[in-house]
Design a protein around this ligand. Structure first.
Ligand code: ADP
Length: 220
């Protein structure tokens, strides 16, 4: 529908993931309608989310009564009850919501959600597990896989690159990674240039192929 207000988001399922999402969206100034069939979960979010309602999202009449068909974006944040997740998602597809997001707890769950027409499937537990694995096993302070084989990592610079302008360090040629930004102690991040010299206490953002970034992060 051309006249839909594109801003509001319906978040269905206010467990740990859904409630964090609903609160974050509200804090960023997006209007949110949070829905859960557990009155306690709804009550806990009172005052933290724009609008909340207790309802069973597998009930088409209840969704219609709450105005869900008018939403441009909706997120199904139900994970542990597969039946409720799939039924809810299929109702949103039937209601022709333009952008349906859903959280999946397994590959099979994700596959079914995609097959019934969910536009964006996310795997929060799996993705966070992968990310934490990078943090606990190396020197990375943060890690984000931005594509199948491309990553961004936040880390302290390896010793051998401290005190030399990046342009002369051979970093890209030898390790296949690029330093995108640098933050000196007590300062803010700025873009790195060929003249930038890294200091011991700096934090850098490195980008490159996943295996290259991992290898670079293993340097002392
Ligand atoms: P998390 O791991 O993020 O806590 P859960 O799958 O455990 O995710 O939580 C899902 C939430 O969805 C719970 O708050 C639950 O009450 C809610 N929920 C489950 N089924 C329905 C349903 N049919 N209608 C509305 N909310 C539901």
């Amino acid at each position: 529908m051309a006249d839909k207000n594109r801003d509001p988001v319906a978040v269905i399922g206010l467990g740990r993931f859904g409630s964090a999402l609903a609160i974050e969206l509200t804090q960023r100034g997006t209007e949110v309608l949070g829905i859960d069939n557990n009155p306690k979960h709804v009550q806990d979010l009172s005052g933290l989310v724009t609008d909340i309602a207790t309802a069973d999202s597998t009930d088409l009449a209840a969704l219609k009564q709450l105005g869900v068909p008018d939403f441009y974006r909706a997120v199904v944040a139900i994970g542990s009850d597969l039946e409720a997740s799939i039924l809810t998602a299929s109702l949103l597809v039937e209601l022709e919501i333009d952008h349906i997001w859903a959280k999946a707890v397994s590959r099979q769950h994700g596959r079914i959600l995609r097959r019934i027409g969910v536009h964006h499937v996310v795997f929060p537990e799996h993705d966070m597990g992968e990310r934490v694995a990078h943090l606990v096993s190396g020197r990375m302070l943060d890690y984000m896989q931005v594509d199948a084989n491309f990553a961004l990592a936040k880390m302290r610079p390896p010793k051998e690159f401290v005190g030399i302008p990046l342009g002369q360090s051979g970093l890209r040629r030898r390790y296949g990674v690029t330093v995108v930004a640098v933050k000196a102690r007590e300062e803010e991040f700025t873009y790195a240039t060929a003249e930038t010299e890294l200091g011991h206490g700096d934090v850098i953002i490195v980008s490159g192929r996943t295996d290259r970034v991992e290898r670079f992060a293993d340097l002392p």
